[in-house]
Design a protein around this ligand. Sequence first.
Ligand code: SF4
Length: 301
Amino acid sequence: MTDPALLAAVEFARAAAREHAGTEVGPHVEVRAEDSVSATHLFDADKPGYRGWRWAVTVAIAEAGDDVTVSEVVLLPGPDALVAPPWIPWQDRVRAGDLGVGDLLPTDPDDPRLAPAYLASDDPEVEQLAMEVGLGRVRVLSRLGRLDAADRWKVGEFGPGSDMARGAPAACGTCGFYLPVAGSLGAAFGVCGNEISPADGRAVHAGYGCGAHSEADVEQISPVLVAELIYDDARLDVEPHAEAAADTADEAEAGTVDEAGTADEQAGEPSEESVDQAVAAVAQGELADEPSGQPESNQQG
Ligand code: SF4
């Protein structure tokens, strides 16, 4: 239990704070017991630029009944103080896109995304040959590194969930411009080789796609709007025919045309009967035009 004399030493602590800060010491805020022989008194700091900070005066005694003494006076941030964000090591602060031309960003020797390559040699000729056949790297992507890359690429701009992929006619996996990558990632990723595509030269997921897909089928339509051809069969147009007109005149003379029909035709509206007669006359004329199938000499004879 903290000595009561320490908890009660408010004015003693204030005097110590004023000795350091002059008039920049505000009201007493609280006292915190540190242990049985020490406690800290907190005062608002009335200091320009330090809103929410506090003067912390730690007082102590050697043993019960001794005089209270001052251990330290420091300025500390309170819960509402404006403080700098926590410090983060630079290698943890670097983000994609931060690397500029000429910048160096050494990889951690223990980077879990990398694993040692299998070839280890101190013979320069072996190393030269290994480089030529693609074996000479010191480290390669570890399983964690490959999974990391696959996760990132899948949810990225060229993944199957992007807007472009959702509007594509088909997926990259069926596209002639799709170049599968080597190794285990080849099951799901490739590089786009279509210069028209926004993904040209980029790693794309097999489920991604774009409108430049090699097999995209576009309906060929006229660049000019053409109205659809419509047949109007709701009405019969009657064309005057010379022979039909002659027949009608003969019948009129013979008194076979009734008065109603004559009136209709005079009014410009052909009657049903006259239409039938006109059609029959046309049919007769067409039959007469057709060859009879007999030799011409026979017809004349
Ligand atoms: S052209 Fe389009 S569909 Fe074809 S590989 Fe490239 S991004 Fe995929």
